[in-house]
Design a protein around this ligand. Structure first.
Ligand code: SF4
Length: 96
């Protein structure tokens, strides 16, 4: 089953998000932990442009916060959080 999902840097796309079938609802974290999830999505930092990076319209080094205010130890945006994030990978392999 699909639902409307909001993608970083792209926006909401109808039927682009997956949902578990009813028979697996007991394994659905959104149902099990729904009370613990934030009601509203937290907006990105205004200087962060992970969306443009994800769409290939900018490189991490073009961000004013890259390697300064935003590092893997203190990430500002999602692209710097996990090791597969573009900013994180740039930071790690360009040895900033
Ligand atoms: S994750 Fe950090 S470095 Fe990457 S665009 Fe966002 S603020 Fe800039």
């Amino acid at each position: 089953m699909r639902k409307t999902f909001s993608w970083r840097g792209i926006g909401a796309i109808p039927e682009s998000g997956l949902r578990l079938k009813e028979e697996y609802a007991h394994l659905d974290a959104e149902i099990a932990y729904g009370d613990l999830l934030p009601a509203e999505k937290k907006e990105d930092h205004t200087a962060c442009f992970c969306g443009e990076i994800l769409r290939g319209k900018a490189e991490p080094t073009q961000c004013a916060l890259f390697g300064k205010g935003c590092t893997p130890q203190h990430p500002v945006g999602a692209c710097m959080v996990s090791s597969e994030g573009a900013c994180h990978a740039y930071y790690r392999f360009r040895q900033v």
